[in-house]
Design a protein around this ligand. Structure first.
Ligand code: HT7
Ligand code: ZN
Length: 856
């Protein structure tokens, strides 16, 4: 397969300032006429990308071309134009109903919609499908009026009306030049939840979220999030919305979360629909975060787009950072930071430590869809967070203002962004740029020495950036570390927090007037995406978990305490959990902490995180046994009565979505989880009662998830009840499949295999496929069954999907990429599955790239 390299970037030879598109929409066969006004910008013929297009005609300046006047090769259309400008018209036919890749124009739930990022527009019409070709779009849609009463595209609506034969039309003009990946069309039988927004300059924008008629009421949370994000972007970045309308459409079949098409966002319905009965607190938060994310792209991605796909983090890292800050402002900043770091460690740190590691700005790819990764998104966001920390809020804002001023209407690069931050914010980011080019999670070692006679403490810091595929011998990074010392005796801060900029391979930092033995608090608020190694003892972590005033650092101390205990338990089988029990008990008793924070900090690291920490020769059975042992030690050490009392005390809170309401449910369900580490009859009865009486999905699914892993009659009752209640709601049924695939009890695997034959299971819907097979692949204990059946099942399933939807299939390779960390027998079986996948005739480029890289 062809490799695309960053260093080979060349500007386009032809620009396309304007394009008019006419769609005669039909599920089986849609006719697309495109008129492109092209202008020469370099040398060579006009090359238009195409994929799976049935070409009907081509003309240039009104003259119809014969077959000898152009070439069609590998799907692309090449026209040898001699002048500097031309009007090129193509007519093609495409088949939306047969489009199972969900890229280009496809059918979902009887409606038609598009997905063009990254390279799907070439499946709609012939065009230079690259993000640095910006065009003004004018679009005419016509379709059967009864079947597709709603016709939407980007920009503002300019005309609509009836046509003969029961058809109708709508015309849309988008005044803002955009790359073709932001193009969108929707045709369907949809209803809208409507609202409006007055922008900071007093313009009125019509807002609409389009869904099935029955789902309109489930859009209220998304609508509120949209209005909140519009205001937030005005206040925090000075960015105002720019069209007369903002439309969102929710569809059931979607490869990703959502898409920021200009003025017409298209969403996976999972990130729009929410009400108490069907969505958990986490779902509500995800809806708001994704709505905000897509809205924020209007400036970071759409008004300023990417020059090429290597610059993807320019829009994605920045937009994730913006949505993280938005969610923090709308809820609990401390809990949000903990959640974001947990997600970063679970996905990105693993990626950075494995065969698929790549820089935030990658150097090459086979299939760009494989680079919508945790590194580009989440590490990219951390890099911007570090830049903001180094600049401070005022200078960061000056930097972003300058970025918008300089590059509005352009296709920009990561370098443009960093330069604007430097010039606007007044900083030198020379070394900082390495965060974009060097892959791998740096390790920072920190050693604190105390001299009681001199009343001084010396902190010795060192950094190392690990080798990653294609990169070794890396230069030291510019790492902002927030640091504070606490007095071991007084329990208080010894001086204010400091921001230390570690730039060299090593450095020392001296603290004066340290009148008592200090305890080190480092990387507070997770100021840098690094692994920190210190010689701090269990007593130090227990101390910080009780005294640190930085919520993240406090959480982190408890997690370290837990992780050290868990690693010991795996290695030596010991379960002396006394310091941990003491720390958890103290945290539970601390009235000053909010429930959500307590719930987060007393959760044990997952089995996958423990395996990651073990680095090599991992035996997932031993990890599972060790974690279960520590869970039970916490149940018994803290006391079943204490957990029960906590559970009961939180059980009659009224349902609301306030941070307090969500926190109460979180802690209550964590407490129930501990009771289920050795479920007695009372715990099972409490969970069934909670399931039955639940007024909301958070409580219902939490109880179901625990009961699923028991061998009780209650298990069968709640599973059946859940199915009967929600079988008509696809998103909720996904939860039913997932809950069963996440079990660890005997028979879970066989049960999942049986569910793959359930009448409601289908590999054609990405959400449903992920809900069962994705959940199993995330279930470390079952995926890594000793006999290799978990590997075989996931590999077989992904190959089946690969034949119809390569993008969705390729995302299932990553769990196999951890083979080098596993004990020999499992490593061999995982490797063998990867080899089988790579050797499968007709395997997609997407899956081939991921699997072949995972073998290295
Ligand atoms: N920018 C969007 C990316 C996206 C995508 C990428 C590949 C294949 C399908 C896709 N659907 C959406 C999502 C976002 O980051 O906002
Ligand atoms: Zn995005």
């Amino acid at each position: 397969p062809t490799i695309t390299r960053r260093e080979d970037y060349a500007p386009p030879a032809w620009r396309v300032p304007d394009i008019s598109l006419a769609f005669a929409l039909d599920e089986a066969r849609t006719r697309v006429s495109a008129v492109l006004r092209v202008e020469r910008a370099g040398s060579g013929p006009l090359v238009l990308d195409g994929d799976d297009l049935d070409l009907k005609s081509v003309s240039v300046d009104g003259r119809v071309l014969g077959e000898g006047d152009y070439t069609l090769a590998n799907g692309n259309l090449t026209i040898p134009l001699t002048g500097d400008t031309a009007t090129v018209e193509t007519v093609v036919e495409i088949a939306p109903a047969a489009n199972s890749k969900l890229m280009g124009l496809y059918a979902s739930g009887g409606n038609l919609c598009t997905q063009c990022e990254a390279e799907g527009f070439r499946r709609v019409t012939f065009f230079p499908d690259r993000p640095d070709v910006l065009s003004r779009y004018s679009v005419e849609l016509n379709a059967d009026k009864a079947r597709y009463p709603v016709l939407l595209s980007n920009g503002n609506p300019v005309a609509a009306g009836d046509l003969p034969d029961g058809r109708h039309f709508a015309r849309w003009d988008d005044p803002f030049p955009k790359p073709c990946y932001l193009f969108a069309v929707v045709a369907g039988d949809l209803r809208a939840l409507e609202d409006s927004f007055e922008t900071m300059s007093g313009r009125h924008v019509k807002l609409a979220i389009w869904v099935r008629a029955a789902d309109v009421e489930k859009c209220r949370h998304a609508m509120q999030a949209l209005k909140d994000s519009m205001r937030w972007d005005e206040v925090h970045y000075g960015r105002e919305y720019d069209l007369d309308v903002f439309n969102i459409v929710a569809v059931d079949d979607f490869n990703f979360g959502a898409m920021e098409n200009k003025g017409l966002n298209i969403f996976n319905s999972k990130y729009i629909l929410a009400d108490a009965e069907t969505a958990t607190d986490a779902d509500f938060d995800a809806v708001a975060a994704v709505v905000a994310h897509e809205y924020f792209h209007n400036w970071t991605g759409n008004r300023i787009t990417c020059r090429d796909w290597f610059q993807l983090s320019l829009k994605e890292g920045l937009t994730v950072y913006r949505d993280q800050c938005f969610s923090a402002d709308m809820g609990s900043p401390a809990v949000k930071r903990i959640e974001d770091v947990r997600a970063l460690r679970a996905a990105q740190f693993q990626e950075d430590a494995g065969p698929l590691a790549h820089p935030v700005r990658p150097e090459s790819y086979i299939e760009i869809s494989n680079f919508y990764t945790a590194t580009v998104y989440n590490k990219g966001a951390e890099v911007i967070r570090m830049a903001a920390t180094l600049l401070g809020p005022e200078n960061y804002r000056k930097g972003t203002d300058l970025y918008f001023e300089r590059h509005d209407g352009e296709a920009a690069t990561v370098e443009d962004w960093v330069k604007a931050l430097e010039d606007g914010g007044g900083a030198d980011f020379g070394q900082f740029r390495l965060w974009y080019s060097q892959a791998g999670t740096p390790t920072v070692t920190a050693d604190l020495a105390y001299d009681p006679a001199a009343k001084s403490a010396t902190l010795t810091l060192a950094q190392a950036v690990p080798d990653t595929p294609g990169q070794s011998q890396k230069a030291p990074m510019h790492i902002p570390l927030k640091i504070a010392l606490f007095g071991r005796e007084s329990g208080s801060l010894l001086g204010p927090e400091q921001l230390f900029q570690l730039r060299g391979a090593s450095a020392t930092m001296t603290f004066e007037n340290v009148g008592e033995p200090p305890v080190l608090s480092i990387n507070r608020s997770f100021s840098a995406p690094v692994n920190v190694e210190t010689k701090r003892s269990a007593a130090d972590f227990a101390f910080l978990s009780a005294h640190d005033d930085d919520p993240f650092a406090r959480y982190e101390a408890m997690q370290q305490l837990m992780m050290d205990r868990l690693v010991d338990a795996v290695r030596s089988g010991g379960t002396d959990a006394a310091p941990l029990v003491e720390a958890v008990g103290r945290t539970l008793r601390n009235q000053a902490l909010d429930h959500a924070f307590i719930g987060e900090s007393i959760l044990l690291p997952t089995e996958t995180m423990i395996a990651e920490r073990l680095v090599a020769n991992v035996d997932p059975d031993a990890v599972h046994t060790a974690r279960e042992g520590v869970r039970r030690a916490l149940l018994e050490g803290v006391g079943r009565d204490t957990w029960s009392a906590l559970y009961t005390s939180l059980s009659d809170g009224a349902y609301d979505l306030s941070p307090g309401g969500k926190g109460g449910r979180r802690l209550k369900n964590v407490a129930l989880g501990y009771l289920f580490s050795r479920p007695d009859e009372a715990a099972v009865a409490a969970a069934e009662a909670q399931y039955t009486a639940a007024t909301n999905m958070t409580d219902r699914i939490a109880a179901l998830g625990l009961l699923v892993d028991t061998d009780t009659a209650a298990r069968e009752r709640v599973l059946q009840d859940f199915y009967d209640r929600f079988k008509g709601d696809a998103l909720v049924l996904d939860k039913w499949f997932t809950a069963q695939a996440l079990g660890t009890s005997e028979g879970t695997f066989e049960h999942v295999v049986a569910l793959a034959g359930h009448r409601d299971f289908t590999i054609r819907n990405p959400n449903r496929f992920r809900s069962l097979v994705g959940a199993l692949a995330m279930n470390q204990f079952v995926f890594h069954r000793k006999d290799g059946a978990g590997y075989r099942f996931v590999a077989d399933s992904l190959l089946e999907v690969d034949a119809i939807n390569p993008q969705t299939a390729a995302r299932f390779i990553a769990p196999f990429g951890r083979w080098r960390r596993m004990e020999d027998a499992r490593a061999g079986m995982m490797r063998a599955e990867l080899e089988r996948i790579v050797g499968t005739p007709g395997v997609s480029r997407d899956t081939f790239e991921m699997a072949s890289k995972s073998l290295v």
